[in-house]
Design a protein around this ligand. Structure first.
Ligand code: FE2
Length: 589
């Protein structure tokens, strides 16, 4: 059975190919189109998936879209009618923004791909999130919690999944929360209020939260009220997103919290205004975490299961995930590499295969590397055209030792290996790596590569075997770190020597690297540890601000040329800048 999964038209379009129950490949459109967060119909991703699978569109048994457009249309229409006449003017724009081409998706898929309409299926949005979380996790029975802004109507779902001995899959929905009551929209509204772009700036709110105290918690709690049955409702007088307004928060919201931040104004944490933004971020983060922990606890009580799978964009909140693991009673918390909408392409394909066609479940390989492979030859071509010398280091140990010693010297390394990651995190295949020890390195990266706000922390990567030595991981924490899904305390005695990756509150979003999943990256960390005594590297995504993560070697090369990266590695090929062009190295502590 050959199934193509698609997510599109909202945020992070992507495509996945599933053949005989196993993913063959998956990629986000942005990695190919080079438009960050590309939400258009993912024609390049689809073409690449089909080419990778050696299939024509006519050979597909099904194409499955990650949500049901008619249900979404119904929701937007209903909300517009409820708000009439206030919504009269915003309705056409809301329709266009929220639906885009989605309502006609069957026609688009059919005409763009030449696939017969009767082969086009639709999964429900949160079912796609749930499948992406549960059916890629190494478990056969788990509770499932999904939370995002909104899909069709659902904004949060609690359920459970199981795989029986014959491989039959059951996904059971226990409870759901419906639009406009939404934890994702609550957080996104604060994201917009704090002057960051919705759907992109949420992690900045989380970063900023660490600088503040939750002094506005009472005000936030007025906006989101818990109900006797354990659900929650937003007090809609504080919000305007449900009315299709340009602004997602209301005048009352401003009366409660003060004026919103101008996105063009830099945040200065030393000023009372800057401190107020940080306190507001800390307050919404606290409320979000408390509610998620409480919902997860209730799910634990109800199901009695050991494992919890988290899906939806809210599962990108590593601080909340870590608290859920520590406080909910679940032994394991699994977050897939792409819990957001990009991962829904894979989730929808799995829904079609396991539930619609009732194919027996097979365990999905436990890694994030589903995209295009790196081509070292391509790097060799562009570097030689540019007159830069390229070294081939065919012996694995030679490559690893060379890169490790450059990192020890304080060089910044662009590291491209194997297949591109699915999801928003660079997990060692398209990463920028650097020594994690000094604040100067963090500042240098911010200055010469990432050009980003100082309050956003960089993440460390560590071999899973050594993780406990540096980080305070609760039971199950190492697993949550597999795809960088949890934020954990850095052990006090390492703060000074891991200063570039330790956030202001003493935490880090650690990646625990499994040798089996990423052998070369693991070997590099070990080699760096052998030289410095600290097998930890700073790992940040390989891209410049505003650009998607690099995919091909030529994109890595272009980024290398335009930034302060000193050394570029693609497979076993190494290019370094002429000495004169290099920034002075940082001494390693
Ligand atoms: Fe979603």
């Amino acid at each position: 059975m050959r199934i193509l999964g698609i997510s599109a038209h909202y945020h992070d379009s992507a495509a996945t190919l599933l053949v005989d129950g196993m993913p063959v490949c998956a990629v986000q459109e942005e990695r190919l189109s080079r438009h960050k967060n590309d939400a258009s119909f993912p024609i390049a991703a689809i073409e690449w998936c089909l080419e990778r699978g050696g299939l024509g569109p006519d050979e597909l048994d099904a194409v499955v879209f990650y949500e049901k457009p008619m249900l979404k249309f119904e929701r937007i229409l209903t909300m517009a009618l409820r708000g009439f006449p206030r919504t009269w003017h915003s309705f056409p724009r809301a329709m266009k923004n929220a639906l885009g081409g989605k309502l006609w998706i069957k026609g688009i898929i059919s005409s763009q791909l030449g696939v017969r309409a009767n082969r086009i299926l639709f999964a429900e949005h949160h079912q796609s999130h749930a499948a992406a979380a549960f059916l890629t996790a190494p478990t056969r029975r788990a509770a499932i919690l999904t939370a995002d802004g909104v899909g069709e109507w659902t904004t949060l779902s609690l359920g459970r999944g199981s795989v029986d001995d014959s491989g039959a899959v059951t996904l059971e929905l226990l409870r759901e929360l419906r639009f406009p009551h939404s934890l994702g929209m609550l957080y996104s509204t604060f994201t917009a209020y704090l002057g960051f772009p919705i759907n992109e700036g949420e992690y900045k709110v989380m970063g900023l939260a660490s600088y503040g105290k939750p002094t506005f918690e009472p005000q936030v709690r007025k906006m989101v009220r818990r109900t006797a049955d354990g659900a929650l409702v937003l007090d809609l007088s504080y919000f305007e997103f449900h009315e299709g307004a340009r602004r997602s928060f209301s005048d009352r919201f401003i009366t409660e919290l003060g004026p919103p931040r101008d996105p063009l104004e830099p945040i200065d944490l030393a000023t009372p205004e800057g401190a107020r933004y940080a306190d507001i971020a800390a307050s919404v983060q606290r409320v979000l975490e408390d509610i998620l922990v409480d919902l997860a606890r209730s799910l634990k009580r109800e199901t009695g299961l050991d494992d919890l799978c988290l899906g939806g964009g809210v599962a990108l909140n590593g601080c909340a995930n870590a608290r859920i693991l520590r406080e909910s009673g679940f032994r394991n918390v699994y977050v897939p590499c792409a819990p957001g909408d990009a991962g829904c392409a894979l989730g929808a394909a799995l829904v079609a295969d396991r539930l619609h066609f009732r194919q027996p479940h097979q365990e999905v390989p436990d890694h994030p590397y589903w995209g295009p492979q790196i081509d070292a030859q391509e790097l060799s071509r562009v570097a030689s055209e540019d007159g830069l010398e390229l070294e081939e280091l065919p012996r694995e140990s030679e490559l690893i030792d060379r890169v490790a010693s450059e990192l020890v010297r304080g060089r910044i390394v662009g590291w491209m290996q194997g297949s591109t990651e699915l999801g928003p995190r660079a997990l060692g295949n398209r990463s920028v790596l650097a020594a994690p020890h000094s604040v100067r390195m963090r500042d240098k990266l911010n200055r010469s590569i990432k050009y980003r706000e100082e309050f956003r922390p960089f993440a460390p990567a560590v071999p899973i075997e050594h993780a406990e030595r540096f980080f305070e991981l609760p039971p199950g924490g190492a697993r949550l770190g597999r795809f960088m899904s949890g934020v954990f305390p850095v052990r006090r005695e390492w703060h000074d020597r891991l200063a570039a990756v330790t956030h202001v509150d003493g935490t880090a979003r650690v990646q625990t690297v499994d040798r089996k999943m990423a052998p070369r990256f693991h070997a590099l960390l070990e080699a760096y540890g052998a030289l410095t005594g600290i097998p930890v590297l700073l790992n940040t995504s390989f891209n410049l601000a505003g650009e998607p993560i690099v995919n091909r070697a030529v994109e890595g090369y272009s980024t290398f040329r335009r930034s302060g990266i000193d050394l570029l590695v693609a497979g076993q090929a190494v290019v370094s800048k002429p000495r004169a062009a290099q920034v002075a190295p940082e001494a390693v502590a």
